[in-house]
Ligand binder design. Structure first.
Ligand code: NAD
Ligand code: MG
Length: 338
């Protein structure tokens, strides 16, 4: 099974240009979609909560800013780019009242549609255009005349034109310059959650801390441990990014490669693979989504407690000092981003 791909010639830029597009949210994805569409000649407005600190930023960039409900009322294509856990309430309060026959409702991640937290009326197109990269890259690549690849998926094709409209939108944000892959809301949502839980965030985060603790408990200096188990990960990830697993194994020393093939399977064991399958099962059954939405409904107590507890971990303390020793590295903290 191989994915269908679309490029510039497959998209009709006039379709999205005939629409009034509301981009709700002006964060990572929102700012990139709104600005790229505007530069592509699309009539776009940004929907932001009154008093949002991003109002000024959006207006300074020459964008029309409205309250989310007003933007949704004005628009006939609405792209929802607020955090996933707030989309259900945003939809019922600000979007649902102005859904009209022929409107289009777009997402950049399938969570709320796939798990049924948002159920649009049947006479509306529902599609996904999801860039495979963070917003700043989507914006920067567009400005450089290039683009970031994206996924498109159609949940509901009321007009018979939903896919053409999604491809036209993808063209407007620059994604067809790189290539657009067709998928489904189900596949995008389930693989995205699996990736972030098992490897990208959950797996890597836990593995780094466990390795750091193993070295420091055995008496090695925390500075040595930090460099070895966290800092150097970037070098390896860069190799993976450039040439996959084979290029990484080719580029490291033969000693490292031998350690990889003989010790790796002792870390990721049959038990680990079984845990991966169970985690995938919880995602597919909707159990993870239910758990997360219940956590959100009660004010994310577990998330906040874990954040506080992990903030003081020795790897964070030593890491902060070491990053300050490396002027070539732009050190970042969550506080800088507030
Ligand atoms: P973000 O956190 O960067 O930005 C969210 C924006 O929504 C901000 O402008 C915030 O002020 C606004 N907002 C927050 N709560 C709100 C509310 N209750 N009502 C109205 N506005 C509210 O989010 P993001 O990372 O851009 O994610 C947006 C969507 O894009 C999500 O569906 C996400 O899964 C998807 N996505 C993100 C990335 C990424 O790399 N960040 C990549 C692909 C897809
Ligand atoms: Mg409308």
């Amino acid at each position: 099974m191989s994915a269908t791909m679309y490029y510039e010639a497959d998209a009709d830029p006039t379709l999205v240009a005939q629409r009034k597009v509301a981009v709700l949210g002006f964060g990572s994805q929102g700012h990139a979609h709104a600005l790229n569409l505007k530069d592509s000649g699309v009539d776009v407005a940004v929907g932001l909560r009154p008093g949002s600190h991003r109002e000024g930023t959006a207006a300074d960039a020459g964008l029309t800013v409205m309250a989310p409900a007003a933007a949704a009322e004005w628009a006939d294509l609405i792209m929802v780019l607020v955090p996933d856990q707030y989309q259900q309430s945003l939809y019922s309060e600000a979007i649902a009242p102005s859904m009209r026959e022929g409107d289009a409702l777009f997402f950049a991640h399938g969570f709320n549609i796939h798990f049924g937290y948002v159920s649009p009326p049947e006479d509306v197109d529902v599609a996904m255009v999801a860039p495979k990269g963070p917003g700043h890259l989507v914006r920067r690549q567009y400005q450089a005349g290039s683009g970031v690849p994206a996924l498109v998926a159609i949940h509901q094709d009321a007009s018979g034109e939903a896919k053409s409209l999604a491809l036209s939108y993808a063209h407007g944000i620059g994604a067809t310059r790189a290539g657009v892959i067709e998928t489904t809301f189900k596949a995008e949502t389930e693989t995205d959650l699996f990736g972030e839980q098992v490897i990208l965030c959950g797996g890597v985060d836990e593995m780094i801390r466990a390795a750091f603790e193993t070295l420091t408990e055995a008496g090695y200096e925390p500075e040595m441990a930090y460099f070895e188990v966290l800092h150097e990960l970037k070098l390896i990830v860069d190799l993976l990014f450039e040439g996959g697993l084979a290029w990484m194994r080719y580029s490291v020393s033969d000693t490292a490669e031998y350690g990889d093939i003989t010790r790796g399977p002792r870390i990721v064991t049959e038990q680990t693979r079984e845990a991966m399958r169970r985690i995938l099962g919880e995602i597919q059954s909707g159990r993870f989504a239910e758990e997360w939405m219940a956590e959100v409904a009660s004010g994310t107590p577990n998330l906040l407690a874990a954040r506080r507890a992990l903030a003081d971990h020795p790897i964070e303390v030593v890491g902060k000092d070491l990053r300050n020793m490396m002027p070539f590295l732009v050190a970042k903290t969550p506080e800088d981003d507030q």
